[in-house]
Design a protein around this ligand. Structure first.
Ligand code: GLN
Length: 258
């Protein structure tokens, strides 16, 4: 459900939300940066202030994280960040296990699983947040994706990956793809994975501008965890802009079919 305005607006001046964008240099393809733009803009339209933390190998780890975002990357980009990611695995696992909302797309989704073995046979260890593993294949899975998720309804996006991901027993997919979409592996119709409040997905496009329910889930969860409740503080102009963004998303969705 999209959040509605809360009439009991908090009076606190502190409405900051700390957003961590993982590996912005090497893991950011096919428009995944748009997810960060959407989170930042929607937070502003709800009257919250995004504090952005761009993290790359060797950087300091932020003191506080409310929401985690990470994008896709070529196999080479994944190789570049893999070692650093293992060094940060404990911090990321504890954030996610504590309920911090997270969205990781494609290359980082693969590395949030147990491992990714790329087409050249390189095995990259993942951090095991999702019970899944990925094997690179010669044929890339490419195209628009339409999937049904029990939590978000229809989700749309675009996929382009050589890795085929297999969920282990008990793991929950994000959704089930329609007949023409490939999803995790082109065989079992699953797409993405869920664990705690983390979402892993192959969907670029960017995902969040076109799927505002997913954006608002991340935002609402981040704010409720930090401040106890989600309390938008909006003027009419902000409400109108949110409505416009949702209408535009709807327009994108209506032309997304194969
Ligand atoms: N390199 C990975 C693959 O092709 C991820 C690609 C991506 O992030 N789009 O499977």
């Amino acid at each position: 459900m999209r959040p509605t305005e809360d009439e009991h607006v908090t009076s606190t001046a502190d409405r900051a939300v700390d957003v961590l964008f993982l590996y912005s240099k090497d893991m950011n393809i096919y428009g995944d940066f748009g997810n960060l733009l959407t989170i930042r803009r929607r937070l502003a339209l709800y009257g919250y202030d995004a504090r952005l933390h761009f993290y790359n190998p060797g950087d300091d780890w932020p003191d506080h994280v409310d929401l985690i975002l990470g994008g896709g990357g070529q196999d080479l980009g994944q190789k570049m960040i893999c070692e650093d990611l293992s060094a940060r695995a404990d911090s990321l696992r504890s954030l996610v296990r504590a309920g911090t909302p997270a969205l990781v797309v494609c290359g980082l989704y693969q590395l949030f699983g147990h491992f990714f073995e790329s087409i050249d046979g390189t095995r990259m260890e993942g951090i095991g947040i999702f019970d899944a593993y990925t094997i690179g294949q010669a044929d890339r899975l490419i195209g628009n994706v339409v999937e049904q998720s029990s939590q978000f309804g229809e989700i749309i996006g675009y996929e382009n990956h050589s890795g085929q991901t297999f969920l282990e027993e008990g793991a929950t997919p994000l959704g089930e793809v329609d007949r023409e979409s490939m999803g995790n592996n082109g065989v079992d119709r699953t797409e993405g994975a869920r664990a705690f409040n983390a979402i892993g997905t192959y969907l670029h496009g960017s995902l969040l501008p076109k799927n505002p329910l997913v954006a608002d889930f991340l935002i609402r969860t981040a704010i409720e965890r930090r401040y106890g409740r989600f309390a938008p503080k909006q003027i009419e102009e902000q409400r109108r802009e949110l409505q416009l963004l949702d209408d535009l998303a709807q327009r994108a969705r209506s032309v997304a079919a194969h």
